[in-house]
Design a protein around this ligand. Structure first.
Ligand code: GAP
Length: 438
């Protein structure tokens, strides 16, 4: 085997996702819809594993973490208070000649349109990225609603409900995984910039006194998380925002950046939101959102540190980082060296020939009934083809039942990364997998 190396380009990843059914363009049979994707079986399993790993990682903090599942639609009042109606926009410009639309901050307006080669720009306009809709039949201001552009606001508007119905004390966190929607002017780079995507957001509530300590603690914890899901440390860096980059709600922000084939880009944002959101919602709703401090007997607005990452953006990051090509027996092999916790299928159960299907299927069924993770039985095609398929979807181990298995009660375990093969007792397969996933 020649040494493996990552050669992932955007095109190779898109092709792999389609070939193996991880991701499909939404409404493809109708020509597709820009910036919106559907996830197939393996894609769904990887997303589930990402969510589980993220939940586990944030619970490592010393303090309570509560979860919320907020609604996707929010009334105008929420987004007015949060500042999104006024501030959540990107600068947009059109080419008068070919009518192509661009984000004005991503194009040099001194130069010609990349599509038609003419210089004929419109004025730069601000384009609000929220999807707007109307609730019910009356079209007045109170019926306007928006699909949420971030999950965070449902945490802030439920803050009072949450603290009065749970026994939590500051510092503590409220976390949420769910869909967010942005009418991006130019969705691009596949899952990197989408119009419908999923966020994993944590709002950590603490006192003013503790905010700096927690900010640096979260920076460390979030960086550790990316190592723990197998991302190469060399491809990750932290970058502090300049003051002119800060969102309208934050006073300090550091991005976790990943080195994509198209450059260093934001993977996660870690922001100090101060008490901006709670203060705004308190003002606009007229409801008291401050908390009472038993020690000082005073009320105060907690400070918020936010850690926010997209499930889909992390999904594509993990694929880029895990993608490798090497040569095996004179043939090109594509292998996804995904961390076992992220791999969609943890083990494949392969009878060497169809004649051996029955005993291997029995072993597979027995183990499948005992474990909570996904394993697969696969009997179609040559053994080499089946190995290749499992390498390409990142299955860490393949067990093969062969003609010796009847006699020695063992199967051959083949490791995806080292290609090492060893005999494992059938009675120890579960323990073998337990050790692999520990
Ligand atoms: N609540 C803060 C917030 O939404 P953001 O930097 O706009 O901050 C946070 O988004 C994360 O959500 C990003 O770091 C990225 O991982 C993900 N994200 C944002 N916009 C996205 C898009 N259009 N497509 C995919 N993921 C996106």
């Amino acid at each position: 085997m020649s040494s493996s190396q990552s050669k992932a380009t955007l095109d190779t990843i898109i092709a792999l996702c389609k070939r193996r059914g991880l991701v499909y363009q939404s409404a493809e049979i109708y020509g597709g819809i820009n910036g919106i994707y559907d996830f197939g079986h393996l894609g769904h399993l990887i997303k589930e594993n990402i969510r589980t790993a993220w939940k586990k990682s944030i619970k490592k903090i010393d303090g309570d973490i509560l979860f919320l599942e907020g609604a996707l639609l929010g009334p105008h009042a929420v987004w007015q208070a949060s500042g999104h109606v006024e501030n959540f926009h990107d600068p947009m410009v059109d080419c008068l000649q070919c009518k192509k639309r661009y984000r004005a901050d991503e194009i040099n307006l001194q130069k010609a349109c990349p599509a038609c080669g003419k210089i004929a720009w419109t004025e730069v306009r601000q384009f609000n990225m929220m999807f707007k809709t109307e609730l019910g039949a009356t079209a007045d201001h109170s019926s306007i609603a928006y699909l949420r552009p971030e999950t965070a606001q449902s945490i802030f508007i439920n803050f009072k409900n949450i603290i009065s119905s749970n026994r939590v004390k500051i510092p503590f966190g409220i976390a949420q995984i769910g869909k967010a929607f942005r009418n991006e002017i130019t969705p691009k780079q596949f899952l990197f910039r989408m119009r419908e995507f999923e966020q994993m957001e944590l709002e950590w509530f603490c006192t003013q006194q503790d905010v700096e300590t927690y900010f640096s603690l979260w920076l460390d914890m979030r960086r550790d998380f990316y190592m723990s899901v197998g991302i190469n440390d060399k491809h990750i860096r932290l970058r502090k925002h300049e003051s002119n980059e800060l969102a309208h709600y934050s006073t300090q922000c550091t991005d976790v950046e990943y080195e994509f084939p198209f450059g260093w880009k934001e993977l996660e944002g870690i922001a100090h939101r101060g008490n901006f959101d709670l203060t705004q919602h308190s003002k606009h709703s007229g409801k008291e959102l401050a908390v009472f401090d038993e020690e000082t007997k005073k009320t105060y607005m907690p400070q918020v540190i936010e850690c926010s990452v997209g499930v889909d953006r992390l999904f594509i990051t993990l694929l880029f980082d895990a993608y490798n090509e090497d040569e095996l027996g004179g043939e090109k092999r594509t292998v996804l060296k995904l961390h076992p916790h992220i791999a969609p299928i943890k083990a494949a159960f392969l009878p060497l020939t169809k004649k051996l299907s029955e005993p291997m299927h029995r072993i597979y069924k027995k183990i499948q009934n005992n474990v909570a993770y996904e394993i697969e039985f696969d009997q179609s095609g040559s053994i080499g083809k089946r190995y290749r398929r499992h390498d390409e979807i990142g299955t860490p181990v393949c067990f093969t039942y062969d003609f010796d298995s009847e006699q020695d009660n063992c199967v051959t375990a083949r490791n995806r990364d080292t290609l090492k093969q060893e005999r494992v007792s059938i009675d120890h397969i579960e323990q073998y997998l337990f050790d692999l996933l520990r």
